[in-house]
Ligand binder design. Structure first.
Ligand code: ACO
Length: 257
């Protein structure tokens, strides 16, 4: 997709020819340019560019409305990553955080605020050439996020195929809001919690065993004193275990909610 103006004059491109920006980087232009957009000033050209790529994406997905438009974008918390090559748009991805009520893989209802992919498009002439992966990876890297931690707004069949091929993401529960969160999103959290538990509890157990051996090998003549010391260590250990469990629970709440 080519543009009748120099895109480097209206957007900053990084060394990989990506323009990455949010609404804060754009002029708050409320004028409607429509089909007669003169494309002369920066706001006019930005409006044209975002409306054009948004239209191409929706057309490609067979949607009746355009998801990405300049007028919507400038009043959103969304972020756009557009890949260019020599003044041509290769593809783009639009992301944003959404509050979602979601049933996880165990059927538990959760309130989540994940990073979501809201629009994703590679120009028809270069689809299946690895550009989708390049754009998706750029986004993951920039947001410092794993692919399974991203939610997808109504993914198309092509996008589902893409996620399976490149990231092995397959299983999810269908939701009424049409957002897809892969089971791995929750499984990795459960795994992290298990690892934390093992870490906390093993540490305490090891401490306790160490102290007990210390006491037992201290050759105390007085059996009573020895028993008191063991009881004291046991009490301390129980307290530690309780603290660890609380820490694990808090962690669980923090991670899962
Ligand atoms: N049919 C089936 N699978 C496809 C197709 C297709 N026409 N095109 C891409 N894929 C999947 C396949 O798994 C493919 O691997 P394969 O060629 O070995 O079968 C893989 O994606 C290719 O990976 P890339 O080359 O890195 O991806 P590409 O550059 O094609 O970009 C994208 C993927 C963005 C989904 C692109 O196909 C596209 O723009 N499709 C039309 C628009 C669309 O459906 N966007 C997602 C809408 S949902 C949303 O945005 C939240």
């Amino acid at each position: 997709m080519n543009f009748p103006f120099d895109i480097t004059k209206i957007l900053n491109l990084d060394s990989d020819d990506f323009a990455i920006f949010t609404a804060n980087d754009l002029p708050k232009n409320t004028m409607y340019f429509g089909p007669n957009n003169p494309k002369k000033t920066r706001p006019e050209q930005l409006t044209f560019l975002i409306d054009e790529i948004g239209h191409a994406s929706s057309h490609s997905q067979g949607l009746s409305t355009t998801i990405t438009t300049y007028s919507r974008f400038i009043y959103s918390n969304h972020k756009l990553f557009i890949k260019f090559d020599d003044n041509k748009m290769i593809g783009f991805i639009k992301i944003g955080t959404k509050n979602l009520i979601y049933n996880d893989w165990q059927g538990k209802m959760k309130e989540l605020a994940p990073l979501c992919v809201l629009d994703f498009y590679v120009h028809e002439s270069v689809q299946r050439h690895g550009f989708g992966k390049l754009i998706f990876e750029k986004m993951l890297q920039s947001e410092n996020i794993e692919p399974w931690k991203v939610a997808i707004d109504k993914p198309s069949g092509k996008f589902l195929g893409f996620l399976l091929k490149h990231y092995g993401l397959k299983n999810y529960r269908s939701q009424t809001n049409n957002f897809v969160i892969f089971d791995a999103f929750f499984e990795t959290d459960a795994l992290k919690i298990e690892q934390m538990k093992i870490k906390f509890l093993t540490k305490n157990e090891q401490n306790f065993k160490m102290h007990k051996t210390e006491v037992e090998s201290s050759k105390k003549e007085n059996k009573e004193e020895l028993n008191l010391l063991v009881a004291e260590f046991e009490r301390k250990n129980q307290l530690e275990q309780k603290k660890s469990r609380k820490k694990c629970d808090n962690f669980e709440v923090e991670v899962l909610l």
